[in-house]
Design a protein. Structure first.
Length: 192
């Protein structure tokens, strides 16, 4: 893995349903720091309303594999059971650094551990709702998933929470504005 360094890299992880995307949207709206959320690449087809280059970079499996073999990704992961690949392109990170911005990766714990191998000074932040009970309440209140899907997500959350001690910071998302402000404060701290 390459070690191209020009700016700070922030990794934000946490279980599905923790509100990471909502908190990061609020962070980008309210934090005065120059920040950029890296857009991930995927081989899955776009969902209705999703835009290439905004929500994801939608790549064919062949193009994704070509770029992977060429070393263009900081990290990649295949989602088993679906056969889709996801990853973070180095170009997304370096373009932010070249623009003088801190770059935020919203990735799962396995991706985070992979990134830390190549960028060990990345600032890691784990976002969660406080308890598994609260996470379950949020997942059920969405009303968009089957009981089986909810149980799979809760089991995945239990596994992800085991990685919490490997993150530098823990942010409990019990209030979006407070959580975004806390992450902004973390990002304002000098490099240590």
């Amino acid at each position: 893995m390459e070690t191209r360094r020009r700016g700070r890299l922030y990794i934000v992880s946490g279980p599905s349903g923790a509100g990471k995307s909502t908190v990061l949207r609020r962070l980008l709206e309210t934090c005065p720091l120059p920040l950029q959320l890296a857009v991930s690449a995927t081989t899955r087809p776009p969902r209705p309303g999703e835009q290439d280059g905004v929500d994801y970079f939608f790549l064919s499996p062949a193009e994704f594999q070509r770029r992977r073999e060429a070393g263009e990704f900081l990290e990649t992961k295949e989602v088993f059971g679906q056969g889709d690949w996801y990853g973070t392109l180095w170009s997304e990170v370096t373009s932010g650094w070249e623009a003088g911005k801190g770059v935020i990766l919203e990735i799962d714990v396995q991706g985070a551990m992979s990134v830390l191998e190549g960028v060990p000074d990345a600032v890691t932040i784990f976002v969660h709702p406080g308890t598994l009970e609260e996470l379950e309440r949020r997942l059920r209140s969405r009303g968009t998933e089957s009981e089986e899907a909810i149980e799979r997500r809760l089991e995945a959350a239990r596994r992800e929470l085991e990685y919490l001690p490997q993150y530098r910071y823990e942010v409990i998302n019990d209030d979006v504005d407070r959580a975004a402000a806390e992450i902004c404060d973390i990002m304002k701290q000098p490099v240590s």
